[in-house]
Design a protein around this ligand. Sequence first.
Ligand code: NAD
Length: 258
Amino acid sequence: MGIIEKMRLDGKAIYVTGAASGIGKCAAMAFAEAGADVAIVDINLEGAQKVAEEIKEATGSNTIAIQCDVTNQEQVEAMVAKVVETYGKLDACYNNAGICINEDAEKMTYEQWLKVININLNGVFLCATAAGRVMLKQGYGSIINTASMSGHIVNVPQPQCAYNASKAGVIMLTKSLAVEWAKKNVRVNCISPGYIGTELILNNEGLKPLMKQWNDMAPMGRVGKPEELQSILVYLAGDSCPFTTGSDIVVDGAFTCF
Ligand code: NAD
């Protein structure tokens, strides 16, 4: 099989969390375009159903929509079980759901801190370990998590200590799982996007005024587009990179280079 064929995802079963919008939706579309059956997972069921329909229509992928709060262990276990029941296996997953709260550290409440850590870090732990248990049993699988350039740098000017800490945690969790499961043919990688123009950014009133500043600061003079993460995600989900595990792939238009 040639390298391009190995990168295709025909016949693979993949779930994506946080897939009702933004990066998750765009990733789900890419997996489906590459041939996979994709489960669209989100706390927002209506949004997930809409995306599942849209992707099915565009690609012919056998999509399903599943409502799941990634901070709820029972719901996460049920979500993974539903994916396996539907497709008979779980080839890959993209644990991507996340939120950001921008607040000065001295004003941040413990509730705000916990909310961010729960969704962004604990949610990835719950999803990755639930998926990992299935994949270890199968003897194969690829887990992808969404970290952020904020796991590497304190990207001023907006204060977001909980977000930064959660994403640094995702990077180390990814590496830890990768090492534990390296001999078992279960790969675990994460991507660290820079600023990407999605709802998370565009609908956040607090962040809107900062957009010009980000564009000015960015080496490329602009933020990224969700589509610009698609190829790396398809690559990580597929069979063309068996030696790629424990990697944190930064896709940030060189933002963290200076
Ligand atoms: P988004 O707000 O467009 O999408 C996030 C999705 O996650 C939404 O559909 C939301 O309903 C879902 N979600 C929120 N809480 C959930 C929960 N508890 N359980 C299940 N689903 C839940 O955001 P996005 O920009 O597409 O961000 C996706 C991921 O990428 C996040 O982890 C974010 O931190 C990360 N990221 C984003 C950027 C960026 O600039 N947009 C940069 C780096 C990393």
